[in-house]
Design a binder for this molecule. Structure first.
Ligand SMILES: C=C1C[C@]23C[C@@]1(O)CC[C@H]2[C@@]12CCC[C@@](C)(C(=O)O1)[C@H]2[C@@H]3C(=O)O
Ligand SMILES: O=C(O)CCC(=O)C(=O)O
Ligand SMILES: [Fe+2]
Length: 348
């Protein structure tokens, strides 16, 4: 067993799971895990097709997640972003720690914020790139960072395009045309959207049945576009959470060329609860080193997100009060998955 403290424990050299990473079985097996069947099959949607808006709307209402094909992101860029993430993660721990996230900062290497809400540590490492990728990679590679930065910046530009397209489809699916959404000022504001790339690495785990890669959570932004590498499974979503006794974890295996789209909490608020943010987690395996790259997008910091007025029928009241993303992140930092309840308004 390596003698490093668990704050700097190198997952790659572990031959067993230390107690600090060993999750209670009641937590790991809180719900059964099922392979997708006809009812649980995660929708696969060609977002370039004329019927995309209604399919996207149905998927966001019923699953909170879907696979997007026809997104236009070049396949070599998907390969490059994964290769650059892998290159970064394969550095020795002491090099990665040169970019350790500092208190009060979003970007950097370390455990994602949700980690502090769980008593055990997750079998993963992560880099958050919230602004210029150089802020992180420049601390690690003094000379060799340019290819990494080029790929990450190009990828972020593509992701923003995909996210805008998806947001438009989602708003259209709720009967809001361009004019209405522009009048609400929302899509115009999204030109200045705030976004982040979360690079996740799940090293092979000697005892995968004891460990958790990424603990269950919803994403806080509007939506997340997730790229997972081809071979390795890990992502699972919770289905049937609101119907007592039917909750189950459903695997979302990698699908060649497809991106996984998650509805985030702010989209649940914006849609007045029509869309549900999806609870998800990542499990680990003994054989493969899994990499995922999550692109998280939200409105600029000053924009208040509340239910779109057009979506509130006569006589009804909004389900949520308006919040900015930073306000919502601050609530999450206190209450984690109870944050959405904290912005709920009492029904009139
Ligand atoms: C913009 C952000 C969303 C995020 C918190 C963060 O400040 C940067 C990391 C993001 C992430 C990625 C892993 C899961 C998650 C819940 C976490 O702890 O860190 C999300 C956060 C989120 O969606 O709130
Ligand atoms: O690795 C995954 O599949 C999940 C990652 C995730 O949930 C996140 O980065 O928010
Ligand atoms: Fe997530």
């Amino acid at each position: 067993m390596p003698s490093l403290s668990h704050d700097a424990f190198d997952l790659h050299s572990a031959d067993q799971v230390p107690d600090s990473y060993s999750w209670p079985s009641s937590f790991l097996h809180d719900h059964p895990v099922s392979a997708p069947d006809a009812v649980d099959s995660i929708p696969v949607i060609d977002i370039s097709s004329p019927s995309a808006a209604s399919l996207v709307g149905a998927a966001c209402r019923s699953f909170g997640v879907f696979y997007a094909t026809g997104h236009g992101v070049p396949s070599d860029l998907l390969r490059d972003v994964e290769a650059q993430a892998r290159r970064l993660f394969s550095l020795p721990l002491h090099r990665k720690l040169l970019a350790a996230r500092l208190p009060g900062f979003l970007s950097g290497y370390g455990r994602p914020p949700l980690s502090s809400f769980f008593p055990k540590l997750m079998w993963s490492e992560g880099f958050t790139l919230a602004g210029d990728p150089l802020d992180v990679s420049g601390n690690i590679w003094s000379h060799d960072h340019s290819l990494f930065c080029e790929v990450m910046e190009k990828y972020k530009r593509w992701m923003k395009r995909v996210a805008e397209k998806l947001l438009n489809l989602m708003l259209h699916s709720m009967g809001l045309d361009d004019e209405m959404t522009d009048r609400a000022g929302f899509m115009k504001e999204m030109i200045l959207a705030v976004d982040a790339l979360q690079l996740n690495s799940y090293p092979p785990c000697p005892e995968p049945e004891k460990a958790m890669g990424m603990a269950p959570h919803t994403d806080s932004g509007l939506l997340t576009v997730l790229h997972q590498n081809g071979g390795a499974r890990g992502l699972q979503i919770l289905r049937g959470e609101n119907v007592s006794g039917t909750a189950r974890w459903v695997a979302v295996p990698p699908l060649a060329g497809a991106l996984v789209i998650h509805v985030g909490d702010l989209l649940q608020i914006l849609s007045n609860g029509r869309f549900r943010s999806v609870r998800h987690r990542a499990v680990v395996n003994a054989a493969e080193h899994r990499i995922s790259v999550a692109y998280i997008i939200g409105p600029p910091g000053h924009v208040k997100v509340g239910p779109i007025r057009r979506l509130i029928k006569a006589g009804q009241s909004p389900m949520y009060r308006s919040v900015t993303w930073p306000e919502y992140l601050a609530i999450r930092a206190r209450l984690f998955d109870k944050a959405i309840q904290c912005v709920e308004l009492p029904a009139k």
